[in-house]
Design a protein around this ligand. Structure first.
Ligand SMILES: [Zn+2]
Length: 270
């Protein structure tokens, strides 16, 4: 099978049920047989930085040592960014600055790192932000600029407004649900173009949210997250859900990379 280009969208703090109920465009793609929706349990603890590492390297927080949001050091794992760069592929990310800290440089210095173009780094082209209220709409424009300008093989996109709304208003709030609806609407502008161009797209989340306006434990609303798989390399006929630790290996397989990551051929059509 020819390698595919991949876009991985990590919507921070998006709980499964809210995604399922509120993301009408993505659900419409599922109804049309062009996408499929899976329910995943996040690894633990259900915290952001540990789960960025889990999704991008396949290692659980217990394995990686990125055990809470305060562990601000470079990852010691091979991430999909490393694997892709080492194979000569072009990598890019529009993401929260912790992603730059995990895979490019620590600490994050905004004047140096906010806009990154450096072929020696695992994330070759980056636009990083450091304010949780940085508008998702602007972040998606940053990502689309990176895609058009650099034609990356692997593009990672990481909007924060859903998580931010959850921390301000809690899981069971109109503001949290509406933030999920908004990013669904905003993504709709791009997804069709990306799929038309042959990208395989995964839209998922690190963790959910609870009614105490936090997350970290094993409550269903803080642990269950969606994974929408879009594109013709995925099966859309009811394959079993992958594990969060398999996302890295699935992306690596789609990119045609050699790797030793846990993967899941079940959700791939070819
Ligand atoms: Zn959060």
């Amino acid at each position: 099978m020819m390698p595919s280009k991949v876009i991985l969208v990590l919507i921070d703090g998006l709980a499964w049920q809210v995604a399922h109920d509120g993301m009408g465009y993505l659900q419409g793609l599922c109804e049309a047989g062009r996408a499929s929706l899976h329910c995943l349990d996040s690894a633990l603890p259900s915290l952001s930085r540990p789960l960025y590492e889990c999704i991008l390297t396949g290692a659980t927080p217990v394995e990686s040592g990125i055990v809470n949001n305060g562990v601000a050091r470079l990852s010691t794992q091979q991430s999909v960014f490393h694997l892709a760069r080492d194979a000569g592929l072009v990598t890019a990310a529009a993401a929260y600055h912790w992603i730059s800290e995990l895979y490019n440089r620590t600490p994050y210095l905004a004047v140096r790192d906010r806009f990154t173009d450096d072929a020696s780094l695992p994330i070759r082209h980056g636009v990083f932000y450091h304010d949780d209220s940085y508008p998702d709409e602007h972040l998606l424009l940053d990502a689309e600029m990176l895609r058009r300008r650099h034609d990356p093989d692997f593009l990672f996109i990481h909007p924060m407004n859903v998580d931010d709304a959850g921390h301000r208003h809690g899981y069971d709030s109109p503001q949290y649900r509406n933030a999920a609806r908004r990013i669904d609407t905003q993504l709709a502008t791009y997804l069709d173009v990306w799929m038309e161009l042959g990208y395989q797209v995964i839209v998922t989340s690190d963790h959910g949210m609870n009614n105490d306006k936090t997350h970290g434990g094993v409550l269903p609303e803080e642990r269950q997250v969606p994974l929408f798989a879009l594109g013709d390399r995925f099966r859309h006929d009811g394959a079993a859900a992958p594990l969060q630790t398999q996302i890295c290996g699935i992306v690596a397989d789609l990119l045609g990379l050699r790797h030793g990551k846990a993967n899941n051929r079940e959700i791939l059509a070819c």
